[in-house]
Design a protein around this ligand. Structure first.
Ligand code: PLP
Length: 409
């Protein structure tokens, strides 16, 4: 008899953004004349930059000619892209990453969801609270957690982020095997200093842990002292891998392209004392389950790692950061405390008075037709917070802040 994976039933009812969408659709159905502005889900709104579009056009034409047509792409990505990424994002900044340590993929969500497959189900995972839900849910589905009791899964080490620790979780006091870190952080927008990451690398060495470093928002870092990569920390290549995405960096949420750096030096010793090379294991996994990213996509992505393409992309990201500044100014004016936004497209805001996250979400939707994301959807420590995203047109952001100024709290 066919049986379902029982771990699915440990998950919360629906994915956070699906629930937000359901409530918004419901509201729109009942109020068809009202204009809803969405600053909830982190999806970009600005089109691809000309340099990316130009290269994709060339690739489309190549695919239409017998002599330049290409079939399946390499599992790890085309060399032309891996070389550009290594040179532009790492080597030029003095960071030692070689092209053959880069795996091109169709999304950081996919990679961050799939990477846990390499590890045993009896390891302990360390996850921040609040957290990008994919890290946690994929481990739940894999059976690495116990049941959920009072909003917390058993066998998970929760790295709490709150006002007291400036939303930078403390290093665990016990051994944790697989640690997920994300900077600039989604949802809080908080960034990590070099010194802070050094402590994590030292911890990982001492405890033989592995750090999954999600740098999906590194392109928004403007402060020159903030590291873009965990590999800026000496020794990190032996204890960490890093994921990056073109989604927010270059407006690729609908095109789909990302990359994961797995250093050749990254080895782990498993329970049977066998030394395993994570790089080779991931290649084995990818070549079994993944058939690569399309040539057209990779040609478009290539432009993000050229001077011309990056200048165009930076302008778009500066536009979102200016949106974030405008929102921040208004929040300060109406007395809503918040962090983030300076090196991140997100603002993590304390709900005013005694509003819980979902109550304030509903108030904003009903009173001023503004959609945000309830903080508690990212974890228990998110209760009493909402996340505001700056991904929208300037026109909509200006309309949203003018509505916020009229909000009666
Ligand atoms: N990692 C973080 C922290 C994210 O916020 C997101 C998307 O919102 C992703 C990964 C997924 O990126 P991609 O679009 O490349 O799948």
């Amino acid at each position: 008899m066919i049986k379902l994976n029982p771990n699915f039933f440990k998950l919360k009812g629906s994915f956070l953004f699906a629930e937000v969408s359901r409530l918004v659709d419901n509201y729109k159905e009942k109020n068809p004349d009202k204009k809803v502005i969405k600053l909830g889900i982190g999806d970009v709104t600005e089109p691809l930059v000309p340099s990316v579009v130009w290269n994709m056009h060339i690739a489309v034409d190549e695919m239409g000619k017998k002599e330049s047509f290409r079939g399946y792409p390499p599992y790890e990505g085309y060399d032309f892209l891996r070389e550009k990424i290594a040179n532009f994002d790492f080597i030029s900044r003095g960071i030692d990453v070689s092209p053959n340590e880069i795996f091109v993929s169709s999304g950081a969500k996919e990679d961050v969801a799939n990477i846990q497959e390499l590890f045993s189900t009896d390891i302990k995972i360390g996850i921040t609270d609040p957290v990008y839900p994919v890290y946690l849910d994929t481990n739940v589905i894999a059976g690495r957690t116990g049941e959920q009791i009072d909003g917390r899964y058993q066998n998970v080490y929760y790295l709490e982020c709150n006002q007291a620790n400036n939303f930078l979780p403390e290093i665990p006091k016990e051994p944790v095997d697989l640690i997920y870190l994300c900077f600039p952080n989604n949802p809080t927008g908080q960034v990590a200093t070099k010194e802070y990451l050094e402590d994590w690398v030292a911890y990982a060495y001492e405890n033989k842990s592995l750090i999954i470093y999600d740098a999906a928002y590194e392109a928004f870092i403007r402060d020159p002292d903030i590291p873009h990569s965990i590999f800026e920390i000496p020794g990190a290549k032996e204890v960490a891998l890093e994921m990056r995405s073109l989604s927010k960096t270059a407006g690729f949420t609908g095109v789909r392209c990302s990359y994961t750096i797995i250093p050749k030096k990254l080895r782990i010793i498993d329970h049977n004392n066998i030394v395993c090379n994570i790089h080779d294991l991931w290649l084995r996994r990818q070549s079994t389950k993944f058939n690569g990213v399309s040539y057209i996509t990779q040609k478009g992505a290539e432009q993000a790692f050229t001077k011309e393409g990056r200048e165009q992309i930076d302008k778009v990201n500066d536009y979102y950061l200016e949106n974030a500044r405008i929102i921040s100014e208004t929040l300060t004016a109406i007395g809503i405390e918040h962090i983030g936004r300076k090196n991140s497209p997100y603002l993590w805001c304390q709900t005013p008075g005694s509003y819980l996250s979902w109550d304030f979400f509903n108030k904003l939707l009903n009173d001023i037709q503004l959609v945000v994301t309830p903080g508690v959807g990212f974890g228990l420590c998110g209760e009493g917070y909402i996340r505001i995203s700056s991904f929208n047109s300037r026109e909509n952001v200006l309309e949203a802040v003018s509505r916020l100024r009229q909000l009666k709290i």
